[in-house]
Design a binder for this molecule. Structure first.
Ligand SMILES: [Fe+2]
Length: 279
């Protein structure tokens, strides 16, 4: 937008005085960018003051329903922000954290079993190695935290039929940076609710609320940027329609019959961490 075409925008930007007591030059610069985009939106949609206040009021309702992050997710802004924050093409990209991480669970052995024998579903081994993005060396002792829904797409903390910390695990990589997780294939699920502000918006936009099946993980090790990401399964029909656009190619892995374990599928996942020193 040409600043000269909008004298109010020009004045709003000019009202931020350089060097004023208590002023923050970086915030001033960023706010000027935001002002330009907000004014462009007003101009393009020809919003009236009443319509503008309705939108602001609506955002207040979304906040009261604790769905601001979901709004960012469904607009694709969370995935875009994670992409922009990526500083090393060799490192495994971050993915959406979601509302259900629980870091305070007990550390178990490696291999680690997330599912009891009674857990229904297709058996799956998720195994791989954690490596350094710069040297390629394995990271022995890296801590891996994993959480996932059951085969019906339900996380234990939203489902009374599951035991505490079901399908959650914490383990340390071995001397070769290796890990093995025995579990079941998770189901996809529908996010949010139909009757919230974001749910109603998605309906009116003709959008689905489907999440593709996935397993969440976080990898922590001193000297490395903590990685929070997800793994998706190649060939799943929900991958192309995932409603938060998080099924990027880097996170979709092949699933094959397990060569050593009867009735298991195998997913091999290499995880590459970015050293803090490289940032
Ligand atoms: Fe999830």
């Amino acid at each position: 937008m040409n600043l000269q075409d909008n004298p109010t925008l020009q004045r709003a930007i000019g009202a931020m005085c350089e060097g004023a007591a208590g002023s923050d030059p970086e915030l001033q610069a960023h706010f000027a960018v935001a002002l330009r985009h907000f004014h462009a939106l007003l101009d393009e949609l020809r919003l009236t003051d009443q319509e503008l206040y309705r939108i602001v009021g609506w955002l207040g309702k979304v906040a009261a329903q604790d769905e601001l992050i979901m709004l960012c997710d469904m607009m694709g802004m969370t995935m875009r922000a994670l992409d922009l924050a990526r500083s090393d093409d060799q490192a495994t990209p971050q993915n959406v954290t979601g509302p259900f991480p629980k870091d305070g669970i007990a550390e178990g052995p490696n291999p680690c079993s997330l599912a009891t024998d009674e857990e229904p579903g297709q058996r799956l081994e998720l195994r791989g190695q954690v490596r350094d993005a710069v040297t390629g060396h394995p990271i022995a002792g890296a801590q891996l935290i994993v959480w996932q829904p059951n085969q019906f797409g339900r996380y234990e903390n939203e489902d009374d039929s599951q035991s505490e910390d079901n399908l959650r695990g914490k383990l340390r990589c071995n001397a070769e940076g290796g890990f093995s997780i025995l579990t079941v294939r998770p189901g996809g699920y529908i996010i949010g609710r139909e009757d919230t502000e974001v749910g109603m918006l998605m309906k009116r936009l003709g959008r689905n609320r489907q999440r593709a099946p996935h397993i969440h993980y976080r990898v922590v090790y001193p000297g490395y940027r903590t990685l929070t990401s997800q793994v998706y399964f190649a060939g799943d029909p929900a991958n192309p329609v995932d409603c938060i656009f998080s099924t990027i190619d880097d996170h979709i892995v092949a699933v094959r019959p397990h060569p050593e374990r009867d009735n298991y599928q195998l997913v091999e996942l290499d995880i590459v961490l970015e050293p803090e020193a490289a940032r």
